[in-house]
Design a protein. Structure first.
Length: 463
């Protein structure tokens, strides 16, 4: 409660991106939107600022931001302003920018809101922390006595760095709501042991099926919605931090997912939906097949996308057929590399035969080659230039376009120690160095000239 006896007012913020490059690839802070919806159901009053909202009215009215470049599927470029590089990145020959609304728009928006009792700041990529720090710095200048809670991926994976340097009053080093809610109760002097909704229904924090829909209504303008049907991943790929954030695997009810999609189609006219799952096709018979069957039955006339790579081994004829009939427009597959030894070392998730079979299955179902994209990882320890070229050629030879995914070294992943040894780094490593944009300048296996050659091979292809 605040001093007036009302439920506390919370300000939730998605910070700027500070980086060499950024693009709105169906990028929204889905976890923060779930938290906003849950806290609102618990009676908290919610204000929200997304510093990278391309449709923020203050940005559109005060800058040359061009929304005409927005694609029909909702993707598009962020507004950006060139800024000074951090000292440790001065040697990188690329422009460093702040992506999102201007600071002037941010400050004006802050001042238009009532003073919050608590500010919650999320964080995504570990190397985007300068944007997080700047948000916290500005909030502290305006409301020096207002408690700030920092959570999210950076806060979880680099908690010591965040505690020492962020300026936040509290850092939550995990993604569990059973840490956040008691902390909010303590700060705001409220109590609610069972976490009941306003209507009295009890919330089971361990069950994602009990959560309300994410608070997409906080966006006045919206041209896509991100959906998650499960949490976690059964694979333990050596280069991936997913298991560090979610140790188990939990599924939402297929019917609840379809109801959510139908809700946003009806309420906001949304037709573009991007799945955020790490393992969308796992246990297909129990999960994605009944989910898609229900979508097909409702004939919603929507467009579906999979920006996170699909596991090629789970693409069967029934799955592919349902995906086509339900409106999947573009599908991203995870191949990573064609090197069998590297495939096994990184987790044995994929092999070349399974990849080729998945492409054949999708094409036979009716997808065109232009609807299929393939992620290839580059910069992995032990991955040389010729192996990357072989991977690109295999994809191109099958009429499919490859997409380069540069390896981002994150503390805690299985190959972290190997990476810092081969890169010649000493711990503690500044999270700025987790940035995948640095890979061509750091990797002992691939230099910047070879990286440009790889990019040109893809760009010059006829696909």
């Amino acid at each position: 409660m605040n001093k007036n006896g009302n439920k506390a007012r919370l300000l939730l913020i998605n910070p700027w991106i500070y980086d060499f490059t950024a693009y709105d690839f169906w990028s929204k802070p889905l976890g923060l939107l779930y938290i906003a919806a849950l806290l609102r159901q618990l009676g908290y009053r919610i204000d929200y600022i997304d510093c990278v909202d391309r449709f923020e009215s203050g940005l559109l009215n005060s800058s040359s931001h061009d929304l005409a470049k927005t694609k029909l599927d909702g993707r598009g470029p962020f507004y950006k302003e060139k800024i000074s590089k951090p000292e440790s990145l001065k040697h990188i020959p690329r422009n460093y920018c702040r992506y999102g609304i201007t600071e002037k728009v941010f400050l004006k928006k802050i001042m238009s809101l009532d003073k919050p009792d608590v500010v919650l700041v999320t964080s995504i990529m570990t190397y985007w922390y300068p944007g997080v720090f700047r948000v916290i710095e500005l909030i502290k200048k305006i409301y020096p006595d207002c408690p700030i809670i920092l959570g999210g991926i950076y806060a979880s994976l680099c908690s010591e760095h965040a505690v020492a340097l962020s300026g936040a009053d509290y850092v939550i080093s995990n993604t569990h709501l059973n840490t956040l809610l008691p902390l909010l109760q303590k700060i705001t002097s409220t109590s609610n042991d069972k976490y009941n909704y306003n209507g009295g229904e009890s919330i089971n924090l361990q069950d994602i099926n009990s959560y309300p829909y994410p608070a997409w209504d906080l966006y006045p303008a919206l041209d896509y919605v991100c959906v998650v049907t499960s949490r976690g991943c059964p694979n333990r790929c050596s280069y991936c931090a997913s298991a560090l954030l979610n140790t188990g695997l939990q599924f939402r009810s297929p019917l609840k997912v379809v109801n959510e999609i139908a809700y946003w189609k009806e309420q906001r006219g949304i037709t573009n939906f991007a799945f955020y799952d790490d393992a969308l096709l796992v246990q297909a018979e129990k999960h994605i097949i009944p989910l898609l069957a229900e979508l097909k039955k409702r004939s919603l006339n929507i467009n579906l996308y999979t920006p996170n790579a699909l596991h090629v081994r789970f693409i069967t004829q029934p799955v592919a057929q349902l995906m086509l009939e339900c409106g999947f427009q573009k599908i991203w597959l995870g191949l990573e590399t064609v090197d069998p030894k590297l495939q096994k070392k990184t987790g044995n998730k994929v092999d070349n035969a399974s990849f080729l079979k998945s492409v054949k299955t999708l094409l036979e179902a009716g997808f065109s080659p232009g609807q299929i994209r393939v992620y290839l990882l580059i910069g992995l320890p032990g991955q040389n230039f010729s192996t990357i070229i072989d991977s690109i050629k295999l994809v191109l030879d099958n009429g499919i376009k490859p997409y380069l995914a540069k390896f981002s070294p994150i503390p805690g992943i299985a190959i972290w120690k190997q990476t810092i040894k081969e890169y010649g780094w000493q711990e503690p490593v500044d999270p700025l160095w987790h940035n995948d944009a640095l890979m061509p300048y750091c990797s002992p296996y691939l230099n910047s000239e070879q990286y440009q050659e790889i990019k040109m091979l893809i760009q010059n292809s006829s696909i």
